[in-house]
Write a protein that binds this ligand. Structure first.
Ligand SMILES: Cc1cc2nc3c(=O)[nH]c(=O)nc-3n(C[C@H](O)[C@H](O)[C@H](O)COP(=O)(O)OP(=O)(O)OC[C@H]3O[C@@H](n4cnc5c(N)ncnc54)[C@H](O)[C@@H]3O)c2cc1C
Length: 406
């Protein structure tokens, strides 16, 4: 990555972190004013996009809360491994979106024309803010997930990390309160929703947390949504059943950081990757992506996939052997592994009910549009899929609010 772009990413990351810390510090202070209280559960890509769209639709008429079980904007688009200033993504390595100007860009499979246009506009804005930059198809591996349809699907790499992108989207939402380290375990419907959670404390223990909301958006993978007590019962049974029938593949991602002060690691990686940043099929691995250039540390992120719920282990030795770089072992600084039990969609909701894809747009709602489930499992695993579902979820919550004549 160019050094100027890297410096910009680090400074954008500090500014966003400061903004989110301010929202977190505001806690639950607006409770007396009785606006429409909306909770977004999950600050992955879908939750951050849903929060932003909710703020756009409601303006100041909603009090917007976000609860995320990880300690930062994480999920499959945001999980990172860090070594010094180098942050690398452990889930998606690039952001994928359709160019709506291409004649092949047609609505369908749960993606509306508004979603096509809106997702593209959002990505152009992220590029203008210096958070992402286009990456040519020739740099990437021709895997199925890359959706390599030249000129139609466009791929963008994070200048810092995709977690910075999620954090910036969340800051745009101007949430009234954000709680990281808070896992939602149950909800009960009364006139409103009583939501119960466990708040992780600094010492590793957890404290119960509870609050009431007028509407709840669950922007979490389908199995995580159904694991929350009360969710399946609050949905029409045929919708709960459809959500239960969605299927994901599994994946293990391992990031390996290598010392590069004398450029030796880069020389080896140049040989392995040629002019690109990504290779597939090396040593049977699904994908290997290189990160960092010209800094003290560089990294590779390797993915091994499986159609079953658990993907194979992937040790540092496995990764170096697969890229034929075992000699780099003494340069390894650190590594991190994440096992994604829900990685990318095999069977999304729109495939289960193709003629009437989902309840109202690519999201799942209860009868009053106050409990809304959103996520890539409604359409497809990509920035576009998450955007389309978040757009529909925010629209549904707003419709429920108008219907109640708030
Ligand atoms: C290996 C891999 C490669 C990919 N490649 C690409 C690509 O090339 N291009 C592209 O555009 N997309 C790609 N994707 C897809 C993209 O990452 C996903 O579609 C997107 O991140 C889904 O976002 P989401 O918000 O629906 O879910 P998630 O990212 O899973 O976010 C859900 C969030 O909810 C939180 N959560 C879960 N349960 C609870 C709870 N009970 N309480 C509180 N919080 C909770 C989680 O911690 C998480 O942060 C890839 C994904 C993977 C895994």
């Amino acid at each position: 990555m160019r050094m100027m772009a890297f410096a910009r990413a680090v400074s954008a990351r500090s500014a966003t972190a400061a903004a989110l810390a301010a929202y977190a510090a505001r806690g639950d202070s607006n409770m007396d004013e009785q606006p429409y209280r909306v909770l977004v559960v999950g600050a992955g890509l879908g939750g951050c996009l849903a929060a932003k769209e909710l703020r756009r639709r409601f303006g100041d008429a909603a009090e917007l809360h976000v609860w995320e079980r990880a300690t930062y904007t994480a999920g499959r688009f945001g999980a990172v491994a860090k070594a010094g200033e180098l942050h690398v993504d452990l889930g998606a390595q690039v952001l994928s979106v359709v160019d709506p100007g291409d004649p092949r860009a047609l609505p369908g499979h749960g993606i509306t024309r508004d979603a096509l246009d809106g997702a593209w506009t959002e990505v152009q804005a992220l590029e203008a803010r210096g958070l992402v930059e286009p990456v040519g198809d020739e740099q990437l591996a021709p895997t199925e997930e890359r959706l390599l349809w030249p000129e139609l699907w466009r791929q963008y790499a994070a200048v810092g990390s995709l977690s910075d992108v999620c954090a910036a989207l969340l800051a745009d939402a101007r949430p009234d309160a954000v709680h990281f380290g808070r896992r939602v375990d149950g909800l009960e419907r009364d006139a409103t929703f009583v939501v119960a959670a466990a708040q992780r404390d600094g010492d590793g223990s957890a404290t119960p947390a509870r609050a009431t909301f007028d509407a709840v958006v669950l922007a979490v993978p389908a199995p995580d949504a159904l694991a929350i007590d009360g969710v399946a019962d609050a949905l029409p049974s045929e919708l709960a059943d459809l959500v239960r029938r969605t299927r994901y593949d599994a994946r293990t991602a391992t990031a390996v950081f290598l010392r590069d002060d004398d450029g030796e690691a880069s020389r080896v990686l140049d040989r392995v990757f040629g002019g690109g940043v990504e290779r597939d099929g090396l040593g049977g691995l699904e994908l290997v992506h290189r990160h960092g250039r010209g800094g003290p540390v560089v990294a590779v992120v390797a993915h091994s996939a499986a159609a079953a719920a658990v993907a194979p282990q992937l040790s540092v030795a496995d990764v170096l052997a697969a890229i034929d770089a075992a000699a780099l072992r003494p340069l390894v600084v650190s590594s991190k592994t994440v096992r994604w039990h829900c990685a990318q969609m095999i069977t999304p909701l729109e495939a289960l009910r193709p003629r009437n894809p989902v309840d109202r747009g690519p999201c799942v709602c209860d009868d009053s549009s106050t409990l809304v489930l959103a996520g890539d499992y409604c359409t497809q695993s990509s920035f576009l899929g998450a955007y389309a579902s978040s757009l529909a979820a925010a629209e549904a919550v707003h419709r429920g609010y108008l219907r109640r004549g708030w």
